[in-house]
Ligand binder design. Sequence first.
Ligand code: ATP
Ligand code: FE
Length: 443
Amino acid sequence: LLTLAIETSCDDTCVAILEKHGPAARLLHDDKATSDSRKFRGIEPTVAVTGHTSKLAGLVDKALRMLPKVESNGSAGEGVLFLGSDGLRRKPDFISVTGGPGMTSALAVGLNTAKGLAVAWQVPLVIVHHMKAHALTPRLVHATGLPWPGESNQQQQQEKRKKEAAAHPAFPFLTLLVSGGHTQLVLSRSVTSHTMLAEAKNVAIGDMLDKCARAILPDDMLDQANSVMYAAELEPFAFPELQQQQQQQQGQANKNPYNYTPPRTRQDEIRPYSSPTHGWYLTPSLANRRDMAFDFSGLGGQVQAIARRSDSPPDTPPPDLTERRELAHHAMRLAFEHLASRVLLALDAMRAEKKRVPKTLVVSGGVAANGFLMHVLESMLKVRGYGNVEIVRPPAELCTDNAAMIAWAGMEMFESGELGEAGGEALEWLPRAKWPMEEEKSG
Ligand code: ATP
Ligand code: FE
């Protein structure tokens, strides 16, 4: 099976081609263009839509040239595309596209192009839920690690693949989705069945960290950032020694690179952090409460107020570099411990109800690219008796938005006999800015 996938829910214009054969998959193409909203210091919707509108057709055109060649010199029969001077190529069996959640006008650009391709090529259109695609990404990584039929198996390749294939999240698994627009803890039972266990109702963790980073990072760093994902700069900023160590040791494992001691009990977890030298403190989110929910608004507000001196006397000097690093470190730590605390509550509840505890915790979405987050999660699960739960995350480039994950989710849905979220009504699908994961199909 062959699919061409389009993703335009936010500010990345993404196109991918994925082929699947039995359990194995291979990514024939995975490309993106990101619009530049840096002068707005955050994603600007009109810039995103302009970016999609100007870039998507070109990206699709480029992708078509990566479709598998049809070797025969016969005529363009069924399942074959004729590409001008480029000869005959296999036509995708279906098109996958993000139907939501995301920015309405941004989603519309991808949807309209996908609908056009599906109609022109007379193939099905599969509407994909963006967050489900984030959740299923480790299964894509696993499938692309399996040997492709007939491919020569060089040893190095095999080694790499063995490692990737090991991390195969079989259903059911827990998924922690941490991105720019969502913070969700989900129990994934199948390709389409995902039960929400906890969710952030207000600001998402990625958004909160981006805002904190804008307040914490020195101006020159903000000016030099490669993208508006400012949160990605927080980790190297907070742990400069770690950067150096990693460069020097080149992969040698340091057991506790972040010098982090996980809270051993729930009581430890809900203690505020009090800065020994600067007098401010940070309160953990939903401290003393066991609600199955995430809340990053309080922590985000405190961090920004400290960095900007909003609640300090007017003559207070701005924070120096050491204080900024300390703030970045503990803002991340408290945010990540809050995430872990809800994972632990969910696991404890399953254990108490004598339900099977899932073997895997998938962590996906842009914030999953953060090494400190993975370290905090691993350490906390271990000291609290869940060391056997394997934490799996996709490689960093598949954590943030991409079309490969949309192709994979489309593929899993198509194979399971579901024509995506819209059933046979995909051509009428409208962008859905907000789209809960659990809702029954509306097609
Ligand atoms: P959603 O998936 O909820 O629709 P989105 O698609 O905009 O939102 P993603 O692309 O999945 O979100 O993730 C982007 C977010 O991840 C941004 O907030 C970005 O700053 C954050 N992010 C990326 N890399 C890192 C990192 N290394 N550490 C922390 N945060 C990061
Ligand atoms: Fe995303």
